[in-house]
Write a protein of this length. Sequence first.
Length: 166
Amino acid sequence: MITGEKISEVKAVSKKRMRKKPLNEVKMVLPSHSMNESYARAACAVFVSQINPTITEISDIKCAVSEAVTNCIVHGYRDSIGLIYINMRLYENREFRVEIKDKGCGIQNINEAMQPLFTTDRENERSGMGFTIMENFMDTLKVTSSGCGTKIVMTKKLAPLSEMRA
Ligand SMILES: Nc1ncnc2c1ncn2[C@@H]1O[C@H](COP(=O)(O)OP(=O)(O)OP(=O)(O)O)[C@@H](O)[C@H]1O
Ligand SMILES: [Mg+2]
C-alpha cells in the first residue's frame, strides 16, 4: 500500500531530480560600496563569456546586473554598508541565471515598485526604470522581498552557437 508519507517522499525525490545541474556556478559576496557595482557587472560578463555569448547578450546582462546591484546599494542599504550576495549559474542549454540578494530594508509593494517610472528616490533624480530595464534585457525576472531584504532572480537563454554571431 502506498502511504501518504511514501507519496511525499517520491515527490521530494522527483523534485530533486528535476532540478537542473549547472555547468558552472560562482558565488560572490560584496560590500555595498558603490565602486562594487562595476566589479559585479564585469564579473558577470566574464563569467558568461565562458559560453561565447554575443556582444549584445553580454551588454544586456551587464546592464540588468548593474541595475539590480545599484538597487541593493542605493535603496536596500541606503546610507549604510551591507552585503550583496550574487550567485551566477550557467546551464548546459545555454541558460544564464543570476540571483542578486541584499539584507536591506526590503520593498513594501513589489507590484508598484516594478511599474515603469516608479521611484521612491526623486531627490536623487532616479528615473524609476531599473526594473523595466531588467525585464526587457533578460528573459525572466522574479522579485521577492520582505522586511529582511530583497532577492532578484533573472535568467537569459543565450542563442545557439551555430547562429550568426553579432
Ligand atoms: N533592493 C532594493 N531594496 C529596497 N527597495 C528597492 C530595491 N530595489 C528597488 N527598490 C524600490 O523599487 C523602486 C523602483 O526601482 P527601479 O530600479 O525600477 O527604479 P529606481 O532605482 O528608483 O530608479 P533607476 O533604477 O531608474 O535609477 C525603487 O525606487 C525602490 O523604492
Ligand atoms: Mg534602480
